[in-house]
Design a protein around this ligand. Sequence first.
Ligand code: NAD
Ligand code: UDP
Ligand code: UDP
Length: 315
Amino acid sequence: MHSSLRILVTGGAGFIGSHLCEELLRRGHDVLCIDNFYTGTRNNVAGLLANPNFELMRHDVTFPLYVEVDRIFNLACPASPVHYQFDPVQTTKTSVHGAINMLGLAKRRRARILQASTSEVYGDPEIHPQPESYWGNVNPLGLRSCYDEGKRCAETLFFDYHRQHNLEIKVARIFNTYGPRMHPNDGRVVSNFIIQALRGEDITIYGDGQQTRSFCYVDDMVDGLLRLMESPADCTGPVNLGNPVETTIRQLAERIIALTGSRSKLIAKPLPADDPRRRCPDISLARRELDWEPRCMLDDGLMRTIEYFRATLSA
Ligand code: NAD
Ligand code: UDP
Ligand code: UDP
C-alpha cells in the first residue's frame, strides 16, 4: 500500500483481524481497531497496544460510528457456528446493520471498503470447486442461515452502494482459515483437533470424516485481503480467497496426530445439521487479478498453530 493511510479494521481483535492489524502497522499505516469483544479479545492485540499508530476502541458495528478513515476492512462478525448460533438474531444484525453503518461511513468519507464475506454464501454447494459465478445452495431457514443469509445480504448492500453511490468496494469470499489466535472454544475443526491431540483426549470426527474442507493459513489470507484492497477500482470481487488443496476431515485428524505425536484416538460424533459435504475454492480469479495464491503448506501452518496452542495451554 502507498504512503501511510488511516485504516479502520472492524473485528480487529479477532483471529484474522488481529493478524491484519499487525501487518498494516508493519507497513506503516495508522490502524483503528474496533471490536465489541464478542469473540475477540484484548489479548489478541496486546502486542500492538504500545504502538502509537494503533488505537483500540470498544464499539459494536450495529451502532453508527463517526470516525475519519481512508480504508475500511469490515471483519466484525462471529465466524464459527458455535458463536454465531448462540445469538442468531444478533449475528444477522451484525452482518446487515454492521454493513449499512460501515457503508454509510465509507460513503461520507469516500473511503474504500472491503467486506469479509464467506464461502458459506455458497451453502451446501452443488458445483465443485466453487467459482464466484455460482449463486449457491443456501437454506434460508436453517441454523446456519443467520450467518449465511446475513453475509449474503451484506454482499447485496455492498453492490448496491457501489451501483447507487459509486462507492469503491471489495468483496472477499473467505474459505476456512486457520492459525495462531483461533478461539480455543469456538469448536472449529482445526482448533478442536489440535487441543484434543495436545491434551490426549479423543478426537471428535463429526459424521464419517469424509467431508472435505480446504484450509488456508492466516498469513496467506491477510496477504490476499491486502492485495484485494489495493487492486484496481474495477476489481470489486466477489473474489474467492482460500487454499485450493482439499483435505478430508479424517486426513486432517491424522496429520494433527502425526505432527503432535499424540496418542489420541479418533471417535465418531453426529454430523451437525446442514454441514457441507465438500468445500474447495476455485481461486483462478484471485490468481489472475491479484497474482495471489497461498504459499503455506498444511503441515507448516499446522505446526505453527500447534506451537501457539501448546504455549497457550501450558500458560
Ligand atoms: P473472529 O470471531 O475471531 O473475529 C470476529 C471479530 O468480530 C471478533 O473479534 C468479534 O469480537 C468481533 N465482533 C463480532 N460481532 C461484532 C460487532 N457486532 N461489533 C464489533 N465487533 C464484533 O473470527 P475470524 O475468523 O477472525 O473472522 C473474521 C471475519 O472473516 C468474519 O467476518 C468472518 O465471517 C470472516 N470469515 C472467517 C473465516 C474463517 O475461516 N476464519 C471464513 C470465512 C469468513
Ligand atoms: N453512518 C455511520 N457513520 C458515518 C455515516 C453514516 O455510522 O460516518 C451510518 C448511519 O447510521 C446511517 C448508515 O450509516 O444510518 C447508512 O448511511 P447512509 O448515508 O447510506 O444512509 P442514511 O444516513 O441516508 O440513512
Ligand atoms: N468437525 C469435526 N470435528 C470437530 C469440529 C468440526 O469433524 O470437532 C467437522 C465439521 O463437521 C465440518 C468440518 O469439520 O464438517 C469443518 O468444521 P468447522 O466448524 O471448522 O468449519 P465449517 O463447517 O464452517 O467449514
